[in-house]
Design a protein. Structure first.
Length: 94
């Protein structure tokens, strides 16, 4: 994905705005490549990988660690039974 035409909104926060929809998702891993070399004012390191946090369809924030994404569980009504959420460390029953 080219950064041509993209605007660095907040260099200290890693906010980048594209001219059109970026098509990235929260947690995507991208690698920054400064093809011309030298400082570009972005505060990004050439060859470094960053995790994406989507701000909107044209704007992302690049993070050095994976973002914490919270899902809204109030979307609908649940009834009866139990539901499980689990990861490699533990399990939570709702």
């Amino acid at each position: 994905m080219s950064l041509a035409g993209a605007v660095v909104l907040e260099p200290d926060q890693g906010l980048i705005q594209f001219q059109s929809a970026h098509g990235l998702a929260d947690g995507d891993l991208v690698t920054y490549q400064a093809n011309g070399g030298g400082a570009d004012g972005s505060n990004l390191d050439d060859g470094e990988s960053y995790h994406v946090l989507v701000v909107d369809f044209q704007t992302i924030q690049l993070l050095s660690q994976a973002p914490t994404v919270v899902t809204d569980l109030n979307v609908g009504f649940w009834s009866g039974g139990t539901r499980d959420l689990s990861n490699s460390d533990s399990s939570v029953v709702l």
